[in-house]
Design a protein around this ligand. Structure first.
Ligand SMILES: [Zn+2]
Ligand SMILES: [Zn+2]
Length: 716
């Protein structure tokens, strides 16, 4: 049985047998508690305050079971330090009340109530972190649902009246394996999985106290080893070293489905590739909502794609992570009720048939997400943890998604959506794996390899995976030196709504996309004037400002104050003409219009005192007709359309070189190589062998790349 203890130095679990003597428990506690405490001073209590309190060592000689301790019980400990000079440092009834951030607080110090229950800030010792988290709204919604799969009365099998119930019509649990197979749902939703394991962990009928059912994988050497040896890498023991890893397909997925609110989002991204022949990457902004197609499922709804500064190549992109303007874009998104939910990139090569079709590189016999891309996905997921009150650390997995636009077996452009598994994320965090030149294989790192970071102390546990051999038997294989990437990812479904109702409804193709100077697309203040229709008298529908790219530009332009920006975001997302009127009356908006008029283009002038005003929203639906430019953006799937010519690619290369020179310094400049057919590894201006660790936090300023030097390896 497991007993849980909470004290001023953190919480921990101890496993004992019900028939163990209390003295065994006492010894185990001494091993995990700080070395400088007086063992005989340990008081055991069943409540944090005003509970029944006993001196622990005086219970020796009794069985754990006989003192009324049960599996899962939470107990509260207080104790004195050995050299406490007789002054009791801890009041038994309020164990945490006199410590802040691990430091004792003298009684005469003024400590506000809100701080008195804070323990020290080390992540390993946060007091019950699952109680402190702010859950995602979608998780709160799903936590409230019973999740049962209701079934109608079975006409053949049910032999009871309309009010009756039997095995054939009883509601199913959300994780019912047969139902999942019938509906061809490949992975349990996170919440179904949670219900499934919570049923096994917490049994209310046993009246044991709550234990968070989820634990994140942890493959690093534990800090503060209780054995008291020198800290890793000087010392290691069985208590602090990570145990062997056995890879298997992750049973569940954190997000089940990705929905792009409008095909235009994809088309706009593809447009860059069509114009330049270079690949493109963008961050997805949107929200998470329940997805009823999967029991207790979650879907990510994408409302905008922001393209950060990057250098496109024909076989990948290179970019800085994190990019400088990231926080500004996140702020604008937050004003619109959105956040960064994932990443999307293209991997497209015209197949040369002149039919507008592309090469299918990713399929069952090659790979779906390359080892390099999985490492990137894992890293981004690690940077976007998913809070969960069901996890002992307060976090579990990530809802960050990774989408690829590439050729399907029919040669058409298609979307595929993935997540790295939680195991993959922790393996990247623990620096256990690295991408290989073969996109289908991930390398297990070599402990002795210090080529990338001479000071790195790396502990690589044994890694195994199971596969079906040629005789149909399931066998365990050592994953060193490399293993198939399939073990590290889960697949999500994707789609578009049957009727598009995007949040952003800007007409006429929208405001120019950011960071596209390389294809001659420029954002500046005169573009704003044109977009707002100033040349046509300034009478425009509120939809013109319903454009995420315009909002980001105006945010960085910095004319509107916080309230005006909030109002602008409201107009952009609610499409209410009354808000538009209020916005047009603000000082910031007037200043913006003045700057637009003074931006040099004479046809933007109002010619005296003509007023600008918003008209009611023309359409809640994004329109494709483009009166001014005559272009007609194609929705997703571009059959029959001429793909970006290779001739234009040279322009982008020239510009890319300019960017590279401007970037200065830094490690090797490589690119996120979507190395499909030719498996070419591109490396620009690199000295080799001195790249930064992709898993470490980025240094500021230098151009960072998504790639690492990869060793070629082949498996027989
Ligand atoms: Zn029945
Ligand atoms: Zn140790």
């Amino acid at each position: 049985m497991i007993l849980r203890f909470r004290c001023q130095d953190g919480t921990f679990r101890i496993e004992v047998q019900p028939t163990d003597d209390i003295s065994a428990l006492y010894q185990k506690l001494l091993e995990v508690l700080p070395k400088n405490i007086e063992g005989t001073s340990i008081l055991l209590s069943d409540k944090p305050a005003n509970g029944a309190t006993r001196v622990l060592h005086e219970l020796s000689g009794q069985h754990v079971r006989d003192v009324g301790l049960n599996h899962g019980d939470m107990l509260f400990l207080t104790y004195k330090e050995a050299a406490a000079n007789g002054a009791p440092s801890t009041a038994p009834t309020a164990p945490t009340a006199n410590r802040i951030d691990g430091k004792p607080v003298k009684p005469d110090e003024d400590v506000s109530e809100s701080y008195t229950y804070t323990t020290n800030a080390h992540t390993s010792a946060i007091l019950n972190p699952w109680e402190k988290i702010t859950p995602d709204p979608v998780d709160e919604l799903l936590d409230k649902q019973d999740g049962k799969i209701y079934r109608p009365k079975d006409q053949k099998m049910c032999r009871h009246g309309s009010k009756g119930m039997c095995d054939y019509c009883m509601p199913l649990e959300p994780y019912d394996a047969k139902y999942m197979a019938e509906k061809k749902i490949k992975h349990l939703s996170f919440h179904s999985y949670l219900r499934k394991i919570n049923t096994a962990t917490n049994k209310p009928e046993l009246k044991s106290s709550y234990m968070p059912p989820l634990s994140e994988p942890f493959f690093r050497v534990k800090s503060n080893c209780p054995s008291g040896h020198p800290a890793w890498p000087a010392g290691i023991c069985t208590k602090c070293q990570p145990s062997a890893i056995t890879l298997q397909q992750q049973e569940f997925r954190m997000v089940d489905h990705v929905e792009f609110s409008d095909p235009g989002l994809i088309d706009t991204l593809l447009d860059f590739w069509r114009r330049s022949g270079s690949q493109r990457m963008g961050y997805l902004y949107g929200r998470y909502v329940p997805y009823p197609e999967v029991p207790l499922g979650v879907k990510a709804v994408v409302e905008a794609i922001y393209e950060p500064p990057q250098r496109g190549e024909t076989d990948g992109v290179a970019l800085t992570l994190p990019w400088e303007g990231a926080a500004a874009v996140d702020d604008v998104a937050a004003l619109c009720g959105l956040r960064k939910i994932g990443v999307i990139f293209t991997d497209l090569t015209d197949d040369g048939t002149g039919q507008g079709t592309v090469i299918c590189k990713r399929h069952i016999d090659s790979y779906f997400l390359s080892s390099l891309e999985i490492a990137l996905a894992a890293r981004l997921q690690a940077e976007h943890p998913h809070p969960s009150k069901w996890s002992d650390s307060g976090n579990f997995g990530s809802n960050f998604i990774t989408c690829v636009l590439s050729g399907n077996p029919d040669g058409n452009i298609d979307i595929a959506a993935y997540q790295a598994s939680n195991t993959a994320v922790e393996m990247v965090r623990a620096d256990i794996i690295e991408p290989s030149a073969d996109p289908g294989l991930m390398l297990v790192r070599n402990e002795e390899d210090k080529s990338d970071n001479p000071s790195a102390a790396r502990y690589v546990p044994e890694v195994f995976y199971r596969r079906i051999n040629e005789y149909g038997a399931s066998i365990q294989e050592n994953a060193k030196p490399a293993f198939p990437v399939d073990y590290l990812l889960v697949t999500l479904t994707h789609g578009f709504p049957t009727e598009s109702k995007p949040l952003f409804t800007t007409p006429n193709g929208g405001f120019p996309i950011e960071n596209r100077e390389v294809v001659g697309v420029v954002q500046d203040i005169s573009t704003v004037g044109r977009h707002l229709g100033l040349s046509k008298g300034g009478q425009v529908a509120v939809d013109v400002v319903s454009d995420f790219h315009l909002l980001c530009f105006l945010h960085n332009f910095g004319i509107l104050d916080k309230d005006e920006e909030r109002l602008l975001a409201k107009v952009a997302t609610d499409h209410d003409v009354n808000d538009g009127f209020a916005l047009s009356q603000t000082g910031g908006w007037a200043t913006l219009l003045t700057i637009c008029q003074e931006s040099g283009e004479s046809n933007l002038s109002f010619g005296g005192r003509r007023t600008f005003s918003f008209l009611p929203s023309a359409s809640r639906k994004r329109r494709y007709e483009d009166e001014e430019m005559g272009g007609t953006p194609q929705p997703h799937a571009s059959q029959g359309e001429r793909l970006g010519s290779n001739g234009e690619g040279s322009d982008s290369t020239a510009a890319a070189n300019a960017i590279q020179e401007g970037g200065g310094g830094g490690g090797e400049v490589g690119s996120l190589v979507a190395d499909g057919g030719d498996r070419k590894r591109r490396s620009l201006g690199g000295s080799g062998g001195s790249e930064e660790d992709a898993a470490s936090t980025a240094s500021n300023g230098d151009e960072r790349v998504l790639t690492k030097k990869m060793r070629r390896i082949s498996l027989k």
